[in-house]
Design a protein. Structure first.
Ligand SMILES: C[S@@+](CC[C@H](N)C(=O)[O-])C[C@H]1O[C@@H](n2cnc3c(N)ncnc32)[C@H](O)[C@@H]1O
Length: 379
């Protein structure tokens, strides 16, 4: 291992010397174009090396956390896409940096670093790995290329590192801490100001009637309750159900000027004993954070507290194919959202609602069908 590290120190040092000795510099617009290309290659190389390192740390050790050198064969995550992402990253990094600084001598010399990376893999790494893992590695060599230049590999490598079991414990639906404290602001910033307009439009699309009694499941900061208030007027009522401490505090503070908006500090998973009291139950971006079993409990609760003919309104992800969805949705669902979200997206929500006594579905979709407002009537 020490010799391998020494090899790379020597190769990098040789390149550094070339960069210092040469005085060939590009200028003007070419410098700018090369710098952009250099930035891209540098980031790509760093992402490759970092994702590969983390994947090996997590999946290539018989005992988790047992030293630096892998002792278990893995073809997980980025390793399902190419055999040597780490070496490709190490090989490409000098080229990226040389382009970034517009140092032509170093750009030319970095070709030798890439060649060194390929030689190192073919002459040193692969024979050693075949010796350690035998036929399973040979089979892997036949199926997966040594190197591949692909952004999709980086993306899938990232998702694999985030992958967790789709359990309630791993769900992030009980928002807390920093995320809860600045929830509304974060939503506005992450969506570059799109979210406030969207949620206002979606709440308008519910068609709440004047004087309606509304239960808001997982009510958050009270932003939705205030938007709904303008439709129900002063004789209706909105009751938010919320268990997050930071969310409860904001709900109370934000809605203190409204006499007919109340907060119930109760979980929507517990049986609610206010039978047939509400005209609407609204649940916005909450249901996708629960297991199927818990979704059933929430739907049963909605059914119990709705008046006959009352409407259950679900604003959440629509059913869609995450693999073929635009990058922004794939990234949101697989990297930012909790593991249960993808399972929710694949599930047949209307069928579940039907089983629990709801019917007469109406749907409005947003963002090219990736989000929907589903209205279901208690029959
Ligand atoms: C993603 S946020 C959505 C908040 C709000 N509905 C909105 O659209 O802005 C999910 C909310 O559900 C709340 N929540 C999670 N589990 C809950 C439960 N079992 N009972 C009540 N609220 C819950 C969280 O604390 C959080 O405020």
């Amino acid at each position: 291992m020490k010799i391998k590290v020494l090899f790379w120190v020597v190769v990098y040092f040789a390149l550094f010397v070339v960069a210092l000795l040469n005085n060939l510099e590009v200028s003007g617009i070419y410098k700018f174009i090369l710098a952009l290309l250099g930035l891209f290659i540098t980031l790509y190389a760093l992402a490759l090396a970092s994702i590969a390192g983390r994947t090996l740390k997590r999946y290539a050790h018989k005992e988790p956390g047992s030293g630096f050198v892998p002792d278990k064969f893995t073809r997980f995550g980025i390793y399902s896409c190419m055999r040597h992402p780490m070496h490709l990253g190490i090989g490409l990094l000098p080229l990226g940096v040389a382009l970034l600084f517009g140092n032509l001598g170093a750009v030319l010399a970095s070709g030798w670093v890439l060649a060194a990376a390929f030689w190192f893999v073919l002459a040193i790494e692969e024979p050693e790995t075949i010796e350690s893992y035998g036929s399973s590695y040979i089979e892997y060599m036949q199926q997966v290329p040594a190197f591949r230049f692909s952004l999709k590999c980086i993306e899938n490598g990232l998702y694999a590192l985030k992958q967790k079991e789709a359990t309630q414990e791993n769900s992030k639906v009980e928002v807390s801490g920093f995320e809860a404290k600045y929830y509304d602001r974060l939503m506005d910033i992450i969506t570059v100001g799109w979210y406030p307009k969207f949620i206002k439009g979606a709440i308008t699309d519910i068609s709440l009637n004047k004087n309606a009694k509304v239960a808001d499941f997982g009510a958050g900061t009270g932003r939705n309750a205030i938007l709904m208030h303008s439709f129900i007027g002063s004789h209706g009522e909105i009751v938010g159900f919320e268990i997050g401490k930071e969310m409860q505090e904001q709900f109370i503070e934000n809605t203190k000027g409204y006499k007919n908006i109340k907060l119930v500090k109760k979980s929507i998973l517990e049986p609610l004993n206010e039978e047939e009291k509400y005209d609407f139950v609204f649940i916005s971006f909450v249901l996708h954070g629960f297991t199927k079993e818990n979704r059933e409990k929430i739907i049963q609760n909605a059914y119990r507290i709705l008046k006959k003919g009352g409407t259950f309104v679900i604003l959440d992800y629509n059913e869609f194919n995450v693999d073929s969805a635009p990058f922004i949705f794939r990234f949101g669902i697989r990297f930012l959202e909790c593991p249960l979200a993808e399972e929710f997206i694949k599930s047949d929500l209307e069928e579940l609602l039907k089983q629990k006594g709801f019917g007469d579905f109406r749907m409005k979709s947003y963002l090219k069908g990736h989000i929907r407002l589903l209205k279901a009537i208690k029959s």
